[in-house]
Design a binder for this molecule. Structure first.
Ligand SMILES: *Cc1c(COP(=O)(O)O)cnc(C)c1O
Length: 406
């Protein structure tokens, strides 16, 4: 997707004055030097249409009300904020878990998929197109489509389809058409390219439902806004029922970065330290270089020739070679810090949380737990520090991976 769209032609510029962090990125969709809309001419209009429709919907109390109702009665929001009593005692900190694992379908992906499905219906579209890697976004999209009476077509790399057979079956049971992509490395990167290609040919009736804070503008902004509910609920819960006040640290795992962006958005205007935890083999924010892929400019893992390389992680949901543009910007500003953990630390952390708290996290979410354990044990977290951690999903989908290891 190297063709030039409307934004690519213009020089990057900061808005005058101090930019409002995690606010509206403005008509160019830029987060500092990152973001934008690098799509073929044929998709520029479609992206603009989505942007306009979302701006209008997001300022319409009726749309917000409908979404809030669905998030309550169908998804089970608000999700609890659970103090991790025993692990906190072991680590000498005060660890609070934001329980996205307790949502319907088992991860934060549904917050975004449902919001975009509602937008698609409002735009008069009848079909959702989506890419998926681990299958979580595919399942969330298939679920939202069934709920709203829309059709869904989900693109998945052939290799991922074999690894995630259960989720492929779930999508089909929910009525979605699943297309296995056989090009390239046959994983998420290729599924995303194919979904964008199909969108070009079906602009009249199809809506492209992106699964993270990636893709051409307005997607990184829109998906962050749809995930903001995580951070805003957590902020209220810290102030209210738990009376902990603003936490010292706010921690979330980062693949494309949507659960982290939604969490950070609730705390970016506080003194909390924001920490994004990446997979050692998928560390776009920590080790990526400037590049353009899938319609946006950001940090991507690349070889010496500038070819984007494959990400490799035990958690399929973190197998993306880049990171959302706003994370790259927050990193440059020094407002958020990005760290990595290894697969071994992740498995240990998942088991430790299961055995101390009775919660088996998704391996993606266990990245955040692994960093907190390491930092607390190394004395990097001051004793008694309050740490809010977003548990992005539940570990049921990972039991076969764990069975092979244990
Ligand atoms: C997809 C997924 C992630 C990674 O996606 P982000 O956009 O970075 O949030 C993390 N956790 C779970 C459970 C997922 O399904």
């Amino acid at each position: 997707m190297s063709a030039v769209g409307d934004v690519a032609l213009r020089a990057s510029q900061e808005p005058a004055g101090r930019p409002r962090r995690m606010g509206d990125p403005g008509p160019l969709g830029k987060f500092g030097d990152y973001g934008g809309r690098f799509v073929p001419e044929s998709l520029v209009g479609a992206c603009r249409e989505v942007e306009e429709a979302f701006r209008e919907a997001w300022s319409d109390p009726q749309f917000r009300g409908s979404l809030a109702t669905l998030l309550s009665v169908h998804v089970g929001r608000p999700t609890p904020l659970t103090p991790a009593w025993r692990l906190s005692a072991e680590l000498g900190i005060n660890l609070l878990l934001k329980r996205e694992d307790l949502t319907h379908t088992g991860s934060h992906k549904i917050n975004n998929a449902l919001g975009q499905a509602l937008l698609a219906a409002r735009m008069g579209r009848t079909r959702l197109l989506a890419e998926t890697g681990a299958g979580q976004h595919g399942v969330a999209t298939a679920t939202a489509a069934a709920l709203l009476g829309l059709k869904a077509t989900v693109f998945i790399g052939e290799r991922d389809a074999q690894r995630q057979a259960l989720n492929v079956f779930r999508m089909r049971v929910l009525g979605a058409e699943v297309v296995e992509v056989t090009t390239g490395s046959r994983t998420l990167k290729d599924a995303t390219s194919e979904a964008m290609r199909q969108w070009v040919g079906a602009l009249e009736d199809a809506y492209y439902c992106v699964g993270s804070v990636v893709g051409p503008y307005p997607y990184p902004w829109m998906v962050r806004e749809l995930q903001r509910v995580i951070g805003e609920e957590a902020r209220g819960q810290c102030a209210g029922e738990l009376s902990t006040g603003v936490p010292d640290y706010v921690v979330a795992c980062v693949g494309g970065g949507s659960n982290a962006a939604g969490t950070f958005a609730g705390f970016v205007d506080t003194g909390a330290q924001l920490i994004g935890v990446e997979a050692d083999g998928g560390a776009g924010a920590s080790r990526g270089r400037l590049g353009v892929l899938h319609g946006f400019r950001s940090l991507f893992l690349q070889d010496d020739d500038g070819q984007i390389t494959e990400a490799e992680s035990i958690a399929a949901g973190l197998d993306y070679p880049g990171v959302g543009p706003e994370h790259a910007y927050l990193r440059d500003l020094g407002r958020a810090r990005y760290v990595t953990v290894t697969d071994t630390e992740v498995v240990d952390a998942a088991l430790r949380l299961a055995r101390t708290e009775g919660i088996l996290p998704a391996l993606e979410s266990a990245h955040a737990v692994a960093w907190v354990i390491r930092a607390a044990e190394a004395g990097e977290l001051p004793p008694g520090a309050t740490v809010l951690l977003t548990l992005s999903g539940r570990g049921d989908k990972d039991t076969t991976t764990l069975m092979e290891l244990l």
